[in-house]
Design a protein around this ligand. Structure first.
Ligand code: UT7
Length: 367
């Protein structure tokens, strides 16, 4: 059975920074409250012309470059997002087209903030079963588009960004070691974005009542999160036949520093063993774990051979954890990774559209 190694990584965040002081000019809050209750100082906000796909393509291009793969080497793209570009087509297909990943299947996965863990697990299982060799796993969000900027209990939390991993098959032991995925739909009403789906299609009424915004029972989500983080970490370690002492880093979903501190207490681990960067990005949902991972690699904290646990929770309710041995890029002949792959991808997409347009005219005339 092949192993599924994480061999490439990349991230992208919008340039625009929104600080706690900036938010205190919009709603009745202040920097001290936000820092004390959440640990967040600032977050990134997408420009009007930046979408989940824009950030995802940037992060994925970097991840492919680190993994030394061409877009056409990718067999499968899983895009985990809570804020997809549309209900359909899938954001993964937009990314597939823009990258020029012509041999890849592509789909979106919705498991809210736990989505990136679910997605790595799905990609790893496809690799381990032998059905594919190379996968691109993305977490991408523009949550700022769904935030009610008059609700101080939610608008302080969320930010925009994207992260991507490349997973590759290898006979060398390592990579993804075990994973656990959980859900409890009875808590679905604790964190919702209701309008725009089939039950509440967009209407004057949904707009008037703000049903197209994120709504959350913060205290209940907090209680749930503090309960499941340590529990899922212990479970995934047991599955991987590891102990907490084997783990170099826990990389948690970055929602609230107090939730991460509770997990640390539950696991009897010092906070120094947790990767935390939420003070600069806030809660970026599915992007938070890859953003924290990429920064840890770039700072030299996370190194090849380190055993790590990703752990997260979110709307659904969902929660889960994944244990892995960090690999780093595989040793392959370096390919020159020019910008031209993306340009070629765009050109091919344009030609496909043009052909469809011309065919439409011909068929239209024939009818
Ligand atoms: O990815 C998963 C997504 N969600 C989460 O992880 C969220 C989990 N929950 C949380 O992080 C926390 O519950 C919050 C940060 C959302 C809220 O913190 P809290 O310590 O649970 O505050 P609270 O809701 O218990 O509210 C305490 C007080 C309230 O005032 P009263 O009723 O005691 O007078 C709130 O009205 O703080 C007030 N408050 C604020 N005050 C200043 C709520 N939001 C703010 C604010 N600034 N932004």
């Amino acid at each position: 059975m092949p192993y599924a190694h994480i061999t490439g990584w990349g991230m992208s965040v919008p340039e625009s920074v929104l600080t706690n002081d900036d938010i205190s000019k919009i709603v009745d809050t202040n920097d001290a409250w936000i820092r004390e209750r959440t640990g967040i100082r600032e977050r990134r906000i997408a420009r009007d012309n930046q979408f989940p796909s824009t950030l995802a393509v940037e992060a994925s291009t970097k991840a492919l470059k680190v993994a030394n793969l061409k877009p056409t080497d990718i067999d499968l793209i899983i895009c985990s997002t809570s804020t997809p570009e549309y209900l359909f087509p899938a954001t993964a297909c937009i990314v597939q087209d823009q990258l020029g990943a012509t041999k890849a299947g592509a789909f979106d996965l919705l498991a809210a903030c736990t989505g990136f863990i679910y997605a790595i697990n799905m990609a790893a299982q496809s690799i381990q079963s032998g059905s594919i060799k190379n996968a691109l796993v993305i977490g991408t969000e523009t949550l700022s588009r769904f935030v009610d900027w008059s609700d101080r209990s939610t608008c302080i939390l969320f930010g925009d960004g994207a992260g991507a991993f490349v997973l590759q098959a290898s006979e060398q032991p390592g990579g993804v070691l075990s994973a656990v995925m959980h859900s409890d739909g009875s808590g679905g009403d604790l964190l919702t974005l209701q309008a725009g789906g089939s039950k509440y299609p967009a209407s004057d009424e949904t707009l008037r009542t703000g049903m197209h915004y994120i709504r959350m029972d913060g205290r209940e989500v907090f209680r749930f999160a503090t309960r499941v983080m340590a529990q899922a970490t212990r479970e995934v370690l047991e599955d991987a036949k590891l102990t907490i002492d084997d783990i170099a880093w826990v990389i948690p979903h970055q929602a609230n520093l107090r939730i991460i501190e509770a997990a640390a207490r539950g696991l009897k681990l010092p906070m120094e063993r947790f990767i935390v960067n939420l003070e600069r990005y806030g809660n970026t949902s599915t992007a938070s774990i890859p953003l924290a991972t990429v920064e840890a690699v770039e700072k030299g904290q996370l190194k090849a051979g380190d055993k790590i646990v990703f752990v997260g929770f979110g709307a659904g309710l969902t929660w889960g954890a994944l244990a892995a041995e960090w690999t780093g890029p595989m040793e392959t002949e370096p390919i020159v990774y020019p910008q031209r792959y993306r340009l070629l991808g765009r050109l091919r997409s344009l030609i496909n559209r043009l052909i469809r347009f011309v065919e439409g005219i011909i068929w239209g005339r024939g009818a």
